[in-house]
Design a protein around this ligand. Sequence first.
Ligand SMILES: *Cc1c(COP(=O)(O)O)cnc(C)c1O
Length: 478
Amino acid sequence: MYLQPEPLIFDLSSKGRKAYTLPDLDVPAVHFPEGYIRDEVKLPEVSELDFVRHYIHLSQKNVSVDSVFYPLGSCTMKYNPKVNEKAASIEGLTEVHPLQAEESAQGSLELMYRLQESLKEITGFAGVTLQPAAGAHGEFAGVLIMRAYHQSRGDVKRIKMLIPDSAHGTNPASSAMSGFECVQIPSDSRGNVDLEALRKECDDSVVGLMLTNPNTLGLFEENVLEVCKIVHECGGLVYGDGANLNAIMGIARPADLGIDVMHFNMHKTFSTPHGGGGPGSGPVGVNQDLTVFLPGPIVAKVGGSYCWVTPEKSIGRLKSFHGNYGIMIRAYTYIRMMGSEGLRMASEDAVLNANYLKVKVSPHYKLAIDRLCKHEFVVHGDIPGTDVRALDISKRLIDYGYHPPTNYFPLIVHDALMIEPTETESKETMDAFAEVLAKIAEEARTQPELLHEAPHFTPVTRLDETQAARNPVLCYRG
Ligand SMILES: *Cc1c(COP(=O)(O)O)cnc(C)c1O
């Protein structure tokens, strides 16, 4: 069954049709002077029903966690409890103004303070800023903090940032934007940072290492203590990319592992609808020595009340006002609702689900690295003996009603499909997904054209992704 293209609202237009009813005039009618009403703007004239259907159909084109299974690796597309939305729409929180006097916004400041404290408790850090607007923004803040730390000690020859080859592209981007040179560290056959290669690069020109743990292969860094020790011994700092915190909350604290500074992806670990570009929130946690460099202002509790303070050697402000407050409310609500036991259980279940799905999928797709995974795993999406690639598998999954996994990342795995079920999916959902993946592997051998031509049921099929991102066609062209 192929979907019929829906008529566009402009094509439904019929002169004189209206989607509104106005009350009778209770003032004298006036005519606009010539030139104010533009005839050349061709607006559709449709009934209220056509108008409603237009917007309902548009909204249904949105793919979301609320509509389909969304195993987009590294993005932690977990269910977003609706109570978060309720909290984020409380009038006292939505109507507060960022320039309001502190004493008239104590409730909001307390919420932010408690959120800072919760994040410290979860990770073991001594200080937290809520300012950055996303993970990548948090990384940039964190790297600037590392730079400020070295500079404050007069240690200005440090220019090398060490970055494992499995890292997310934002890691080298944040380093380069901070003026550092990126040096790639290879992974070993178990997916860990190669210790020998790391030792070789560690000298007094090293700013630090950017470490993702669990890494983007979904694997816990088995030598994390040794890795941090090697970097610290040469005077470098360890940056933690916290995108994968959902695998270790309540189990391991990044600060205890030797991480000095780390960003959180609130919109991943602590729920919040995301995808399609935001909004997000990327707080940064730091060890005691780095607290003086945090971006300011941050919320402090002095006596019984809350106020804004700017740390002594602050790197400055990174965001207008105080960050994406709506996302902070959602994250805080989520953390309080889950409690410490709940957060730990979320991580345990996320890891259990990923390992379950990995075992179900592995007879049909080759695992990138075959060992116990954390919250996600990576398989090769090329089917041996066929010309089917990861992208074809992903596009065919859309036909079956699933959002595809992450494609072609991490870069060190050819034809990577990175699958993250999260803790909120049921066994039945994962069983059904695994069955569909098995069926697609079979189709790849018997009817590969089905995969090459997929998706079949969407309004548009395979777009030129670069063109679509750079030159989107957003206007009606009748
Ligand atoms: C998502 C992600 C980032 C970037 O976070 P954003 O919030 O999307 O800016 C960085 N590193 C890893 C490993 C990620 O998965």
